[in-house]
Design a protein around this ligand. Sequence first.
Ligand code: PMP
Length: 353
Amino acid sequence: MSRFWSPLVHRLSPYVPGEQPRVEGLIKLNTNELPFGPSPAVAPAIEAAAREGLQLYPDPQSGALCQALAQYHGVPRDHVFVGNGSDEVLAHAFAGLLKHDGPLLFPDITYSFYPTYCRLFDIAYETVPLDGAMRVHVEDYRRGAGAVILPNPNAPTGVGLGLEAIERLLAMHPDAPVVIDEAYVDFGAQSALPLIARHPNLLIVRTMSKSRGLAGLRVGYALGQAHLIEALVRVKDSFNSYPLDRLAQAGALASLGDEAWFQQGRAAIIANRARLVAGLEGLGFAVLPSQANFVFARHPSRKGAELAQALREQKILVRHFNAPRIEDFLRITVGDADQVSTLLRALGSILAG
Ligand code: PMP
């Protein structure tokens, strides 16, 4: 605390991200990164961009990347906005689209960045409880709202919502912006992309951090009708911020150009997830149905915090949340085949001990 702080700073409670320790031999299954890394085309593209012109400012519109994303997703260029990771895109959405007279609605168990942004941008919000099976129940969102935000699939549960449920939500709130955070959509959930043309209130937020293995490069984007994108552009321009530096623009473009790597990576994660879920169930865990590159699992007779600590002692990091209703769950990133085997072996010996 300091008397020099602006009043705003007193009400902030900053987000606590997953740990990023530098420990030799660590198996890192705590922050949903892709174990295979990005396409091999990415590093040479970044090197070339570094040689070409670090003395020059980047394209402030990230024009080539936006154009490539528009083409990739089959939408017009003015339906695309890029930013430094989807967290930054979300920040612009919170500031530019989600503050209205009515409260912002989101699930009580969801991405914990949302309440952080609400405090930062002074947005009133209401949380809507997940149902008994820890699913989002869209009918519960039928109440007065200024805006809605939901991840699909939800995080940290991994549970996905069908397209008809999302369409019902959009139709329920025709005058309110609805943001669908599709950070994990590439691992088997249904994207709301086909709904953009029919729903002027829909903004989709995506990231290259997960399915494209580019968490270190910081590239996220939004897709939606041009009037929503314009709100994000106005907020960005008010910060006088470049959406992406030269290296990120080049790396992201190279990633988009390697469809085969992308498809292989997602298929491998989906296959490894099935083996992880079967292995965990074999050890007695209850595992929520996941459409993400992580699973959310609970052992009936062991505390989540104890299991996370026991794994840590074996140099395996998973995520544990000290929050009501989920304190006995572990969120485990789906790793490569060896990481899945090592994790299951470690849990087996912990539970036997
Ligand atoms: N949305 C959700 C639901 C997430 O879990 C994350 C990752 N923590 C993000 C957005 C942000 O990802 P990034 O900023 O790396 O794009």
